[in-house]
Ligand binder design. Structure first.
Ligand code: HEC
Ligand code: HEC
Length: 284
């Protein structure tokens, strides 16, 4: 009798584990970290700053480029309290923060860096061949990153706080509308992307690669890859980017965790779609 009970118990435990293991990948593929706190309109400044920090490595995808690999200035090491005057005083600075001082100038400069990225290009970081007049950074209030006004404020709060100056951005009010509730709440992000083009934006491929007419050039254009790599080569390039490095580019530039983030259906859609693109990036 006892033996039967023990066995029955083991079976239940095993089933529970199996079930859990099957559910887990789906739970993980949801974007969990950077949603707006539930009551964003009641947020205090420390919570706003903490939210900005999550956006920095999460939805904002800032750490894809702003890290210690040298593709973009390492924002976590940058001391804006020291650099702002130099940035604004530079002859190439064409932005709106001229004449402002200190924390106020830093707020304008940071916002501009995100939405009007070529207003000032940090020397040595411009798009190739543009003599540092055009920034390779995509505007983060547009697709694919699509941050809201409130989310950008949270990022500015985080970066101002890190730099040790006063945080000058306003706290969210109830009037900020849907942005405050968080873009993810409508469930759009939950399901798999409905087309390859949407998936390429969702996973920020188009922020680095010329695809969907993005013109981005941090990585090679995703054109005529069918002939170059074939289906298996494309799959490997996405799941294990460092297995082969595209000519003219360096290792460790492309994130290597897309395999953990993507649904199988999304990966297949992307591969199918890339297989059809000709040398101009048009679908055949
Ligand atoms: C695809 C790569 C990429 C992404 C993603 C990206 N940036 Fe940048 N960013 C750059 C590059 C390259 C520069 C330097 C050229 C320039 O000044 O525009 C830069 C410059 C900046 C600067 C000015 C730095 C300075 O030294 O004055 C700020 C501030 C900034 N980015 C903030 C952000 C934030 C915040 C995010 C996320 C919401 C972000 N960036 C996402 C590539 C990127
Ligand atoms: C942060 C920038 C970045 C992001 C985001 C990114 N890539 Fe890349 N990708 C690169 C760079 C740089 C290379 C070239 C170095 C290498 O081969 O690893 C590359 C290489 C590739 C290649 C090989 C191209 C060739 O000509 O051999 C493919 C295919 C590719 N990426 C697809 C994707 C897809 C699909 C996504 C989105 C799921 C994506 N990449 C996201 C930067 C990026």
């Amino acid at each position: 009798m006892t033996l039967v009970r023990v066995l029955a118990f083991s079976v239940v435990v095993l089933l529970a584990y199996t079930l859990f293991a099957n559910i887990l990948p789906q739970v993980q593929s949801d974007p969990p970290t950077d949603e707006a706190p539930v009551a964003a309109d009641g947020l205090d400044m420390p919570a706003m700053i903490a939210w900005g920090e999550r956006l920095f490595s999460g939805k904002g995808t800032c750490t894809l480029c702003h890290n210690d690999l040298g593709r973009a200035p390492d924002l976590l090491k940058l001391n804006l309290a020291e650099t702002w005057a130099d940035r604004l005083g530079n002859a190439n600075y064409e932005g709106e923060a001229k004449g402002e001082e200190g924390a106020a100038a830093i707020e304008i400069y940071l916002r501009e860096s995100m939405v009007d990225t070529s207003a000032y290009v940090v020397p040595g970081f411009g798009k190739k061949g543009t003599n540092d007049t055009v920034s390779p950074m995509p505007a983060v209030d547009a697709a694919p990153i699509s941050l809201s006004e409130v989310e950008m404020n949270a990022l500015i709060a985080f970066l101002q706080d890190r730099t040790g100056v006063d945080v000058t951005v306003p706290l969210p009010t109830g009037d900020d509308g849907e942005d405050v509730a968080g873009d993810d709440e409508d469930g759009e992000e939950e399901g798999p992307a409905e087309s390859a083009q949407v998936a390429l934006d969702k996973y920020t491929c188009s922020a680095c690669h010329d695809v969907n007419d993005s013109g981005a050039d941090a990585g090679p254009p995703l054109h005529s890859l069918g002939a170059k790599l074939g289906r298996d080569g494309i799959r490997e390039a996405i799941l294990d980017p460092n297995a082969t490095i595209a000519e003219g580019f360096e290792a460790d530039m492309m994130p290597d965790d897309f395999g953990d983030q993507m649904r199988v259906s999304e990966l297949d859609m992307i591969i199918d779609y890339l297989m059809t693109l000709d040398a101009k990036g048009d679908a055949q």
